[in-house]
Write a protein that binds this ligand. Sequence first.
Ligand code: MTE
Ligand code: HPA
Ligand code: MOS
Length: 750
Amino acid sequence: MKNIDSYTHLRGESLFVDDLIVRQDTLYGLTFDSPKAHGKIISVDYAKAEAVEGIVKIFTYKDVLGENQIGGIIQDEELWAEKEVHFQGQPIAFIVAESEAIAKKARKLIEIKIEELPIITTAKQAKEKGSFINAPRSFSLGNTKKAFANCDYVFEGETFSNGQEHLYLETQGCYAVPLENGNIKITSSTQGPTQVQKIAARVLGIAMHKIELEVIRLGGGFGGKEDQATPWAVMAAVAVQHLKKPVKYILNRHDDLRMTGKRHPYESTFKIGINKDLKITAFEVEFLQNSGASADLSPAIAERTLFHATNAYFIENVLTKVLSCKTNLPPNTAFRGFGGPQGMFVVESAIAHVAINMGIDKRLIQHANLLKENDVFSYGQVATTVEAQNSWNTAIEKFDFYKTEKEIEKFNTNNNLVKKGISIMPICFGISFTNTPMNHARALVHIYQDGSVGISTGAVEMGQSVNTKMLQVACLTLGIRPNKVKLETTNTTRVANTSPTAASATADLNGKAVLMACNSLIERLKVVASKMLSVKVNEIIIKDDSVFINHEKSNITWENLIEQAMLERVALTENAHYATPIIHFDKSKEKGHPFAYHVYGTAITQVTVDCLRGTYEIDKVQIIHDFGKSMNLGIDIGQVEGALVQGIGWMTLEEIAYNNEGRLLSSTLSTYKVPDVFSAPKTIEVLPLETPSTEMAILKSKAVGEPPLMYGIGAYFAIQQAVKAYNKNYKLKFHSPFTPEKVLMGLYEI
Ligand code: MTE
Ligand code: HPA
Ligand code: MOS
């Protein structure tokens, strides 16, 4: 089944927040934000701005009737700055006007005096100054100290991976409308409707039931709207509370780029011990996470970095530590992979570093250490149904790796100014929110009396096609055709207390709830059918829009059945709740079984470097991916392709740059380069791995949203190999993104 949104998407008919027809009395919001990265607010003069015709009111922290606090995991973030500012772009006030143009004009007239304080922009500086978000976290397995003392080689090194801009096509935005009795309805482009509802209630000082959150769909989120859709919606809600008029606020691209957080940059140091037989015996890492000015989701992201620090490898002795460093940058946030990619880049770098020093190929070390059945992760979970070796071996074989490797060698011997490189990138990614209590979801299913069905879940559609998957689950379980089923918007009055659409687990969690609700309805309907046909209940099968007695089609249609159920006053609505079984994690011991299962795969990446210019092309990426038993291969391969290209962008082109004043330099699309059709791989081949899969995945179809992003890491090492092939003096560096500028420097390093 193709994505059910494709029809309206292609016709330009799909609705996003900005497409909503607004009420006649709608006002427009705009944020006034800090021009300095750190300082005391001495004064703000709004007089000239307020005098502009069409300005209705400028809101500040003084207008907050509840708490001026939007922090989630840690309550350390003001909605509007009170006495101090901590990053350039931090909201200070919210201008509400009759039009956006008027608000913009007024914004320029606000006069602010700030007494500047010292600015920290890097994680290292923060560590030196002892500036942290929270206490460090550390995972440990075995005894690294002993292992280092007893192994053949020990190597140390450092890595840096930069941030990444989400660049969702639809910028952040919301539309808040007053209802009767002080109730407010907010339509928001958020991955976390309940989060927005909860924080809005806190800031406005009213009960959650007075706020209804509606999400139609998102023009992409990629993690950037898990926590950071909240402030804008809450600002609009505060304005509605005071003005009793609708307020719309869609961020323009420039404001969105400046004011929102991104993927966390990481500076890390590693120490790795290995024996002559290529077994890695010990691995230590200290991760410095550049968290930005407040916690946001940083602690959870830091945790996932530790979970994925050894990627798809088994290492007997591991000691990892992560420090969430507080800096004067916008709070960094969730981004596809959620700290996992940053962790995996370090272990891949460590292996590359070892390989070059031992004078052997990186892939030999990778292969020698791949996870096997019953190996244990540093966090205590025992690996089962492991597909690390299977996916690796399948990739080598199906894609004729050795032949390609030979061809590349030959090419490099025969060419002086163009060099090719190849790499293998295995992945292993844990599925479940690492915070166990978040792993739950609900579904509300209505069968209307004409036989049509409406389904609400907590899932937010953001292009990943979760609604299509929900529809598939419903059709399969109810035995009816897709045209009878509609996926409703995501709304907190229909499905409450939801976890955000994140962690790649949305289809698993909400899909299981849909399955349960539909099963309950079917149980009831089978009883009705058995009475209509005077047969036993267990002889009834409902499929193809009809009632069957065993495999014999009866003359009773789905519509007849629903009609009869109505007459018999049978409930045609069902609500179900699913919570992932088995998983648990004890933070005091840093051990447990946090993931329902893991997703595996292996990517082979080929690149060509122009050694005169330092430019490169990604020729081909071939992937063996563990989809489990994919319920929709078209959608799932689309997810792999999208994630891969996003990962390659992070590793190669996308260079976030802040200056020492904490100002974002890459604040436009002319200074921030995302992959386009020319920089995407010329060929992407994705083949599903045959696996038994797991019951924990919806219909055995494994989560797919984030894991393939990490295949993109392969591009870094393929380019590195090509650079080394050209310049024997090049000393391997692990400093991403590997931009053409850095490639050029590497090519001519002496
Ligand atoms: N795909 C599209 N088209 N747009 C998105 O915003 N977000 C990614 C991934 N795929 C995203 C996407 C991220 S960060 C996650 S966590 C998952 O989708 C979330 O959806 P899922 O849980 O349904 O996979
Ligand atoms: N993944 C993604 N988003 C999250 C998680 C997670 O593990 N925990 C909280 N938000
Ligand atoms: Mo995805 S980073 O979990 O929204």
